[in-house]
Design a protein around this ligand. Structure first.
Ligand code: 3PG
Length: 306
């Protein structure tokens, strides 16, 4: 009997847990859930017997991979796999997959939700602003970016996008104006929403130079990764501009400094909330279960990223 471990420090919704359990029961696989663990040592100990892992933003380091002698596959139930040591996985013959698109709507809704929250002064009783008629720049037009555009249209927002990897015609089909440089898009936008992955090329790439192109009272919305922001540059922009705002799904390292100094000009979720809906948990969790079963039963390697 194949042994699967669902290792999620931030657990899936109970309804998703039940459906994942059912999927593995039907396939005749043993499936354990290891949730809300306290530290990496506990994770290292828990993976010992696993042949397959389903994880979220859990840190799958070389230590974790080394500890799982029978491990064949890790599926990141979600989009970004920057939390997995791909080199160590490859060296150990472990396939790594993600489940692209499965939790995108939840993240897109949160991006718009955070924009409303910020525009309405955190619902503190004072008069805020409306989103209608404002300009939104979408940095990277993948699964999430596309959905952000679709939802933003309903608000009557003017939508711009920058994504050098997607043909302009494809983006334009959605009624979105394509910018040929990030700088152009940052300059024109009242809001910029980030949807780039965190990798060697993008880490620290949202820096002072780029942020300084933004309007005086622009809002930067980050439901991507904190690592893509150069925090020194961000701090400098806050210091120089009295209207600049930053909302992020997960706090930056300098969150305390920003919140103490700039109060409502920033907002940070205490935990990564973008994909934390029952629907996203079901979609991504079930996709991960299906991918593991297809991998073992049919050698299906669709969605392998290493
Ligand atoms: C993703 O990359 O899919 C999102 O950031 C969600 O991450 P989470 O599963 O840890 O909430």
């Amino acid at each position: 009997m194949k042994k699967v471990l669902v290792a999620t420090e931030k657990p899936f919704a109970p309804v998703a847990v039940n459906q994942i359990r059912e999927a593995f029961d039907k396939a005749g696989y043993a499936c354990d859930f290891f949730e809300k663990y306290g530290n990496q040592d506990e994770l290292v100990a828990a993976v010992k017997e696993a042949e397959a892992l389903i994880v979220r933003s859990d840190k799958i380091t070389s230590e974790v991979i080394n500890a799982a002698d029978n491990l064949k596959i890790v599926v990141r139930a979600g989009a970004g796999y920057d939390n997995i040591d791909l080199k160590a996985a490859t060296e150990h013959g472990v396939a790594v997959m993600n489940t692209p698109g499965q939790n995108s709507n939840a993240v897109a809704e949160l991006a718009l939700g955070m924009m409303v929250y910020q525009a309405r002064n955190h619902f503190n009783g004072t008069s805020g602003r409306e989103l209608k008629g404002k300009k939104l720049g979408i940095h990277a037009y993948g699964h999430v970016g596309k959905l952000v555009a679709r939802i933003a249209k309903g608000f009557g927002i003017g939508i711009y996008a920058f994504d050098p990897f997607i043909p302009a015609e494809e983006i334009e089909k959605d009624g979105v104006i394509v910018c040929s440089t990030a700088e152009d898009m940052y300059a024109i936008s009242d809001y910029v929403s980030l949807h780039i992955p965190a990798n060697e090329k993008t880490k620290d790439s949202i820096n002072y130079e780029l942020l300084s192109k933004m309007k005086e009272d622009a809002v930067l919305v980050n439901t991507a990764r904190k690592e893509v922001i150069n925090e020194e540059g961000l701090l400098k922009i806050f210091e120089e501009r009295s209207g600049f705002q930053y909302v992020s799904d997960i706090a930056p390292d300098n969150a305390k400094i920003l919140s103490n100094k700039y109060g409502n000009r920033c907002f940070f979720t205490p935990k990564k909330m973008g994909a934390q809906t029952a629907e996203a948990n079901i979609n991504a969790g079930i996709a991960a279960a299906r991918q593991i079963i297809n991998f073992f039963e049919h050698g299906d390697t669709t969605f392998v990223v290493n």
